[in-house]
Design a protein around this ligand. Sequence first.
Ligand code: XMP
Length: 325
Amino acid sequence: MSTNVRPESMARITTPELAEAFIAEQIAEVRAQVGDKKVLLALSGGVDSSVVAALLIKAVGKQLVCVHVNHGLMRKGESEDVIKVFGEELDANLIYVDATDRYLDLLAGVAEPEKKRKIIGEEFIKIFDEEAAKLEGISFLAQGTIYPDIIESKGVKAHHNVGGLPEEMEMELVEPLKLLYKDEVRVVGEALGLPHAMVYRQPFPGPGLGVRCLGAITRDRLAALREADAILREEFDKNNLNHVWQYFVAVPDFKSVGVRDGKRYEGWPAIIRAVNTVDAMTATIEEIPYAVLHHITDRITHEVEGINRVCLDLTPKPIGTIEWE
Ligand code: XMP
């Protein structure tokens, strides 16, 4: 599928049967393109790269080499899920790089959001390059490019300035999803047997928790953010709120006074944000039931070391952006 224009005759993939037909067609195309050569894929664990990985595993098996870089800014359990699903269940050729220390050392003391993004993006390219250099005989680079990427950003699989891959890599691209819309990618992902939670997960920015641990990232505040975010996600699941487009916690870099166990206790606030949108250009606020908010507040303030308040962000986009920085 070399064209970058979706033919008008192409049916929208809405059913498992249509997904199966698409998968069969792509398997044949990828095999014809790749032959017996090796394919490299940066597997973030996001919907698009996960679906590409599952599809290519079916098409070329161990000829696919997946590289998962844990930048230390993943949500709780995400890298573990990638290892479990791809490394264990699908028996993929998976290289796991734990680059947590490398990232957190580089980011120490850096408070400016765009500088943080730049560091995270550039370091990713460096690490991916290093891993690619260790491998021999890689001829193809697979990417989870989808149709909106082609329409909106001239085919670059990147949002803002994070998520791009080394431009100088001289490899032919394999982009089996490039004519699909997001909803179709999800139907294909389910047909490939990926877990529902992985296929239907909410968007997560490339710089991860890095842009939610506001200001200069510290390890203790990042750990608190990760725990608070995990509680929020767990409670949204339990309370049937996981249809909300994006919901997360941000933790600013200041403390307020509180009381714990009869003693003065200084802690960070956890800010909850839950928004609905169609295209992320504008967004409205989800009205979370107060009982759920009270329960989440209770859990976060009791279970998360370092957090002593929970606040709710009621700002639509515009005037707020979805992320805090
Ligand atoms: P904003 O904050 O601009 O976010 O209203 C719109 C959507 O984009 C996501 N976002 C990012 N995604 N790299 C990404 O891959 C980034 O640097 C980045 N910044 C924001 C945000 O989560 C929301 O879905």
